[in-house]
Design a protein around this ligand. Structure first.
Ligand code: SF4
Ligand code: SF4
Length: 397
């Protein structure tokens, strides 16, 4: 198994399941199950026992391995610099071995099979991939400045479609030059890779790279931090070298210089707290772009949660869990803990910049009966409200 050599180096000291100030549990899998084997150190111990033949790849071991939300908290907070960068890669390598053996929890098997057969996890026909934009007048990618890659959630999830439409409309109103692939778009494969289905990931990536090259794509923006991560960090070694941005990176340059932040204050501010998506934050070290955008918006006051930036608690949707639900049920799941934390700041809006996080957190707000206290917004929705819909901005864009 790749990275096998690091497993014995772990001391199981446990720092990796906490945030930097050790204030609470920050590993979604451990938070949900509360068995040491679900913590990063515990899962290393168990993987080692499995490789040594001491335990079988039974249902419990499968559940332990595939419940990792790939949030990167353990990589960020492990206190041993010599091997910390390889921790998550070792967990993914163990899943890869499980995939090779066919030892998969049923929801993981279903997700991967559906992705392979249908080209998306929603069992939707490929020709419907661009339907979310049908009435928006969004152009197909030809020679615009950016390819706007939407991904499975933005293309097919009911809430994800609203977010894709909101982001496309906002970028269009701000004058961005972009086109979409519609029916030529394929899944980015980020979740397949995180689940250890390396061959499927490679297959999906090679298909996308072929299309991108055929169309002469040089620069792309993504709706989701998950696609951004795959294109930026995993595609280059397969020959896919493009200039990759999350759409917020383009958004901030479009907003800067519009003068929106210089509007005279015309009413009470709305308090907003920001949930850092793991694949924008810890995986790609971008903690500031969204905060800078929020700082430009009229009538918006940012209040931080105790756990933010590198210490943010993951919503639990990463590593395929958005689709497989292995860490998503019960009152102590990370999405529910996270929205309680957000509501405790006194913010009326919880904003994030990822369609998966938005769905996870919105569901959690409902489960926690917090709808009267806090609402979830994806960033493009909040920007649209603050700039175009509140009447507080009086300039021309
Ligand atoms: S991964 Fe690092 S911080 Fe976590 S238990 Fe092992 S040695 Fe300790
Ligand atoms: S990546 Fe996140 S969910 Fe997975 S073991 Fe590390 S802290 Fe836990």
């Amino acid at each position: 198994m790749r990275h096998e050599e690091i497993l014995h180096r772990c001391f199981r000291c446990g720092y990796c399941k906490l945030p930097g100030d050790y204030s609470d549990i920050n590993c979604p899998a451990y938070l949900r199950y509360r068995f040491e084997s679900f913590s990063p150190g515990g899962r290393m111990w168990l993987i080692r026992a499995w490789l040594d033949g001491a335990v079988e790849a039974d249902e419990r071991l499968q559940e332990v391995l595939f419940s990792c939300a790939t949030c990167n908290n353990c990589v960020e907070h492990c206190i041993f610099p010599k091997f910390k960068d390889q921790i998550l890669q070792a967990f993914i390598a163990a899943k890869e071995k499980m995939v090779e053996q066919g030892s998969l929890p049923p929801p993981v098997r279903d997700y991967l099979t559906t992705l392979y057969k249908h080209g998306n996890p929603y069992k939707m026909p490929q020709k419907k991939r661009g339907d979310w934009a049908a009435d928006l007048g969004v152009e197909k990618y030809a020679n615009q400045a950016y390819l706007f890659y939407i991904g499975d959630v933005g293309s097919f999830d009911e809430r994800g479609v609203q977010i894709a439409r909101s982001a496309a409309k906002l970028l269009g109103r701000l004058g961005a030059s972009f086109g979409i692939l519609a029916a030529r778009e394929g899944p980015d494969g980020n979740e397949a890779r995180a689940l250890g289905e390396t061959e499927l990931f490679r297959h999906l990536a090679e298909q996308n790279i072929k299309v991108f090259k055929e169309l002469g794509v040089e620069k792309m923006i993504t709706l989701s931090p998950h696609g951004y991560n795959a294109f930026k960090n995993d595609y280059p070694e397969l020959g896919g070298r493009f200039q990759v941005f999350h759409y917020t990176h383009l958004l901030i340059s479009l907003l800067t210089g519009t003068g929106i932040s210089e509007q005279p204050d015309s009413g009470p501010s709305r308090r907003v707290t920001y949930h850092d998506p793991c694949y924008l934050g810890r995986h790609n070290q971008d903690y500031e772009t969204v905060r800078q955008i929020l700082g430009l918006l009229p009538g918006i006051e940012l209040v931080e949660m105790g756990r933010c930036k590198a210490d943010a608690l993951c919503c639990g949707g990463g590593g395929g869990n958005f689709f497989t639900d292995l860490v998503c049920s019960g009152p102590e799941t990370s999405a529910r803990v996270r929205v309680r934390e957000a509501a405790d700041t006194g913010a009326e809006i919880l904003v994030t910049a990822c369609p998966m996080c938005t769905v996870m957190l919105e569901d959690a707000v409902k489960s926690q009966n917090l709808e009267d206290r806090i609402q979830v917004r994806e960033l493009s929705e909040l920007v649209t409200e603050a700039v175009f819909n509140t009447g507080r901005y009086h300039g021309h864009i």
